[in-house]
Design a protein around this ligand. Structure first.
Ligand SMILES: Nc1ncnc2c1ncn2[C@@H]1O[C@H](COP(=O)(O)OP(=O)(O)OP(=O)(O)O)[C@@H](O)[C@H]1O
Ligand SMILES: [Mg+2]
Length: 319
């Protein structure tokens, strides 16, 4: 228990950018243009603080103090919101956009807390400390004296609901608090060393986000279910190539929206891409072409995933 987990034990895999596969996944994400832009810019600045200095020299000479404020922000972004809304997908692919923008290589180290750190007391704290140690070591190798790093590391702390539990919540277990503290310490360490490293935290519990975590976040980006227009876009991307007309798709858009009396919430992005579209395809396979009438029937009988019940600090992981 005292031996430090190795990199292989901490992260199931590491992802390097640029790469075509994440580039295509990033482009496919609907309705997140603003999030994409803010995240890419923020991560870009961490890697290349000299970029902001060049910008200031051109537009705002003498604004050095202001630059320090921007550049000293802790390198933390929180992606928070409903299930199946693109948090993990954006976190796993934004590195590609940054790598291309800055012309450097970026590595993502993904740590999921949902499947890990639920065992023995102290395990989550130990996992987090080790993950930050590893991230800091990797980023130190990439730092350069010139102000432009040779590369950068993104630590993804996914499914971090236990960490988002407010430290103020009375029910919060001692161990969770230790986990939150380890997380905050880790972020502070990366910030004070000015390493080319950033942390992305994903959680479903925006309202329960710990105040100390929220205070450090350079950005808190919130994610929600798709509106009519966004559902139309996802469905058009998937179903237009199968020959579905605009009217066919409009009917599906209506069938997958919120309904008074039935379910008061619509389909999530993942309900559309991971349940509805595959069901439409499988209903037709292998004998026939996909058929809009059957597709509509499937959509009408499929129940959307209920929203995550936020703000239940009493709900705890079983130990
Ligand atoms: N904005 C989006 N545009 C298009 N497809 C999306 C979008 N968001 C999610 N999807 C689809 O849903 C799948 C699941 O998304 P993702 O894993 O990112 O959800 P999440 O927000 O991390 O959910 P959870 O909170 O359950 O972990 C994606 O692989 C993608 O197919
Ligand atoms: Mg996720």
């Amino acid at each position: 228990m005292n031996t430090k987990p190795s990199a292989d034990e901490l992260f199931e895999r590491r992802i390097s950018y640029p790469d075509f596969e994440p580039q295509a996944r990033f482009a496919r994400l609907v309705g997140l243009d603003d999030h994409k832009q803010r995240l890419t810019k923020m991560l870009g600045l961490l890697v290349n603080p000299a970029g902001l200095e060049a910008w200031a020299k051109r537009h705002h000479p003498g604004a050095q103090k202001l630059l320090d404020i921007v550049l000293r922000r802790p390198p933390l972004v929180v992606l928070a919101g409903d299930v199946g809304s693109g948090k993990t997908e954006l976190a796993e692919t934004v590195g590609d956009a940054v790598a291309r923008q800055e012309g450097i290589e970026i590595t993502l180290l993904p740590l999921s807390l949902a499947t890990r750190g639920q065992g023995r007391v102290g395990e989550m704290t130990q996992l987090l400390s080790a993950a930050f140690d590893y991230t800091a070591a990797e980023a130190t190798k990439l730092k350069s004296a010139s102000g432009r790093a040779r590369g950068a590391v993104i630590l993804l702390v996914d499914e971090a609901d236990a960490l988002a539990q407010s430290r103020e919540a009375a029910q919060m277990h001692h161990e969770d608090r230790a986990g939150v503290n380890a997380f905050i310490r880790g972020v502070d360490r990366l910030a004070s060393a000015r390493l080319p490293a950033a942390v992305i935290m994903c959680t479903n519990r925006l309202s329960a986000l710990d105040p100390a975590v929220r205070r450090r976040a350079a950005e808190v980006l919130s994610f929600s279910r798709p509106n009519d227009e966004q559902r139309r876009q996802v469905l058009t991307d998937c179903l237009q190539p199968l020959g579905f007309s605009r009217a066919n798709i409009d009917a599906l858009v209506a069938a997958t929206g919120a309904k008074t009396g039935a379910h008061e919430f619509g389909f999530t992005f993942s309900d559309l891409t991971q349940r509805l579209v595959p069901a439409i395809v499988l209903a037709a396979y292998p004998g026939a072409a996909a058929d809009p009438a059957t597709a509509l029937h499937i959509a009408k009988t499929m129940a959307p995933t209920p929203p995550f019940q936020d703000g239940r600090p009493g709900e705890r992981i079983q130990r």
